[in-house]
Write a protein that binds this ligand. Structure first.
Ligand code: SF4
Ligand code: SF4
Length: 398
């Protein structure tokens, strides 16, 4: 555990900047906001657990308060740790389904055509809404017929021909829903002269489990991932990841929220665009064909926390003809599984409205984001496609 974290609330100067930046505080009065839920609340909770408020569950863990805080208070982490310590154990079947992505993904991909068909039927949506609390108007990500891992072991070109190798932490979304993003990552890495390995055992990074209060399951996943990562780093230089949320979780949530010591490898966890950027700086080359498109870049909350948007933006600007619009950094509201929960969905939609209006008014034909759930939310709420920068770069590759 970060030794500073237990006393980190003392650094709070009560400036309230975090409250200004909290997307939930703006639209949900029941949530006291980051200052009161984080450092102020922590002082009280230390004196008496009765000060724990159930309203802490309204925090989306977006971390925008932490980015804004001039005193580096780990506000989001304090809220997550308070929930871990005081919240009653979650017995909600809905939350278990939404957060156990490996279990659900491996089941659903075995019967993907049926699952995808059933998920869109009105009676299914009615059942999910009435009995599980997942709003009927929400669209679901489609499941792939074959996982990315299965495709990789059957079809990936020989990776041993490359002098350099990295390990790809593909994440659940790539594995179960969008294997083409993993194939795009492979295409770009190979074009840069880098071979790809997968972790021997990869589990969900754990962020949906943390968000839904399944801390022990998140810890089990993190422990497995830590062992796999440490083994992989004996033979490869880095772990690279397409998703901003998985990247932030492995680097920051593991030590801060799950007390997993990643100090020996944290700095070897990289977001794919940042890794591509380093290779280009070293003198490697990628050649792109023109792409005459207006593309709007959306800064996902966890990209804001990582502080790495510039790598993606600079890379996209290498594509000839692309017109890149940089949207103001605003939360889309979905926050992983948060927006799939009926009690949160009005908040999620209200948070996202200004962003959706900006996208719709921008004249873009494509949105770009490193976050898979931002993709789901933006596509559902604007009708426009939203892709990871890795996919856009791979599409433009000559
Ligand atoms: S921004 Fe930081 S210092 Fe200011 S009130 Fe929030 S936690 Fe305290
Ligand atoms: S993590 Fe996000 S939702 Fe939670 S208190 Fe901070 S800004 Fe608000």
């Amino acid at each position: 555990m970060n030794p500073l974290l237990s006393t980190n609330f003392d650094a709070c100067t009560k400036c309230t900047i975090c409250t200004e930046y909290c997307p939930v505080s703006q639209v949900r009065p029941a949530f006291a906001g980051p200052k009161q839920s984080g450092p102020d609340g922590e002082r009280q909770r230390l004196k008496d657990a009765a000060f724990y408020s159930e309203a802490l569950k309204y925090c989306t863990n977006c971390k925008r308060c932490e980015v804004a805080c001039p005193s580096n208070v780990h506000i989001g982490d304090e809220i997550a740790l308070a929930r871990k310590k005081f919240a009653p154990y979650n017995l909600s079947p809905r939350d278990a389904i939404l957060s156990h992505t490996d279990f659900m993904g491996s089941m659903a991909t075995m019967a993907a055509p049926i699952v995808n068909f059933m998920a869109n039927l009105a009676p299914t949506k009615f059942f999910l809404d009435k009995f599980l609390g997942i709003p009927s108007w929400r669209s679901f990500p489609r499941y792939a017929n074959k996982t990315f891992r299965a495709w990789f072991s059957d079809n990936a070109p020989d990776q041993s021909v490359y002098k350099d190798t990295v390990t790809l932490f593909h994440g659940c979304f790539v594995n179960y829903n969008n294997p083409s993003l993993g194939k795009d990552a492979l295409k770009l890495l190979n074009a840069l002269g880098v071979g790809v390995r997968l972790l021997a055992g990869e589990r969900c990074c754990g962020v949906p489990l943390i968000a839904s209060g399944f801390f022990q399951d998140a810890l089990d996943n993190a422990t497995t991932n830590k062992a796999s990562i440490e083994k992989a780093l004996e033979n490869t230089e880095r772990i690279v990841i397409p998703s901003s949320t998985c990247t932030m979780t492995l680097r920051d949530e593991y030590p801060e929220v799950l007390q997993i010591d990643n100090s020996s490898w944290r700095d070897r966890i990289d977001l794919l665009p940042r890794y591509f950027y380093r290779l280009l700086e070293e003198g490697r080359e990628l050649k792109f064909k023109p792409m005459e498109k207006v593309v709007a870049y959306h800064t996902a909350c966890h990209m804001e926390k990582l502080g790495w948007t510039a790598y993606s933006i600079d890379l996209l600007r290498l594509i000839p003809g692309i017109k890149l619009i940089l949207l103001p950094s605003l939360c889309c509201g979905i926050a992983g599984t948060y927006g799939f929960k009926k009690e949160n969905s009005p908040t999620a939609q209200k948070i996202g409205e200004p962003l959706f209006d900006l996208i719709k008014g921008s004249g873009c034909s494509l949105v770009v984001s490193e976050c898979e759930t931002c993709k789901m939310q933006i596509e559902m709420c604007t009708g426009l496609p939203c892709e990871n920068p890795v996919t856009i770069l791979a599409d433009a590759l000559i």
